[in-house]
Ligand binder design. Structure first.
Ligand code: PT1
Length: 279
């Protein structure tokens, strides 16, 4: 039913696809600097593509709760070499996880096919840039900014407010000249939401389909899994897989995950089950 197009590439979203997370952000344990970070990200991309990711989402700004912002130059020096490496060595969809118009422009020039913006193109110049680049764009809902979004999230009705926000951003982008077919929607799990808000959003995910656009979901290893189960980040695989399967069953087309091999296996079981109905 759904598909996305970028240049002459077409990706069918008839059954759910996996988007692998490639973080190009130095972790506190590696002291090798930028070069080591870029090299690790390229190696990780090789691995997740071999495991069946159809999209790799490359990001140089951490947007997890409490994270600080980074400069344009810093972000570019992290993501561009990784995009160039993946574009040169693989035939896979490349998504750039950024809110900055300058990064969108250079990333697409380097080979990216999708823009993934957790700020839903609200930075100055972002709508105009994404429209002129003419690639699919993921618009995500966030309440607040990463630095303080978990301080005290509040909603009257979380799904109504998330849908309303995404619908307004969609209208704004279309009015600016962006084709509706280029837009993907994301409720933004963990972005200014309590545990209860996140599970209510997951339960009501089908409501997002009233806008008739593909839906992307990212809940892999997030606090909504860890806080519910009392599990540390490296013990969240089973919970993350359950969340991904529920999202897929609720109609999500794109699943943004860390554990690609395991998620692809689980989705293959689900897809085989669904396909047996149409024989
Ligand atoms: C996401 C997403 C993203 N998540 C899209 N892009 C992150 N489209 C980065 C926690 O609660 O869901 N959709 N880009 C990562 N952000 C977070 C947020 C990581 C919350 C962890 C948490 O643990």
């Amino acid at each position: 039913m759904f598909e996305i197009k970028s240049g002459d590439k077409i990706l069918s979203l008839t059954s759910p696809v996996v988007m692998a997370i490639i973080n190009v952000t130095p972790d506190s344990f590696s002291d090798g600097g930028q070069h080591a970070t870029v090299k690790q990200a390229c190696e990780h991309a090789d691995k997740v593509i071999a495991e069946g990711a159809l999209i790799v989402d490359i990001g140089g700004e951490s947007t997890r709760p409490g994270a600080d912002t980074v400069s344009v130059d810093q972000e570019l020096s992290r993501v561009i070499p990784v995009i160039e490496y993946v574009a040169k060595n693989h035939d896979v969809w490349i998504s750039i996880d950024t809110s900055k118009p300058e990064v969108m422009e250079k990333a697409v020039a380097a080979g990216a096919h999708i823009i993934n913006d957790v700020r839903a193109l609200q930075e100055p110049g972002a709508v105009a840039m994404a429209t002129s680049l003419d690639v699919p764009v993921c618009l995500m809902h966030m309440q607040g900014q990463p630095k303080d979004m978990q301080d005290s999230p509040e909603y009257e009705n979380v799904m109504d407010q998330v849908s309303e926000f995404l619908s307004l951003r969609l209208d704004y982008c279309v009015a600016a000249g962006m084709p509706r077919e280029n837009i993907i929607l994301d409720p933004g799990f963990g972005f200014g939401k309590t545990l209860e808000h996140n599970y209510e959003l997951l339960a009501k995910l089908p409501e997002l389909h009233s806008l008739h656009l593909p839906v992307l979901v990212g809940l892999s290893r997030k606090s909504m899994i860890g806080d519910l189960l009392q599990r540390s980040v490296d013990e969240r695989l089973a919970g993350s897989l359950a969340g991904a399967m529920i999202a897929a069953q609720q109609g999500a087309q794109i699943l943004r995950v860390h554990d690609v091999k395991e998620t692809v296996d689980a989705l293959t079981v689900m897809s085989a089950t669904m396909a047996s109905l149409h024989q």
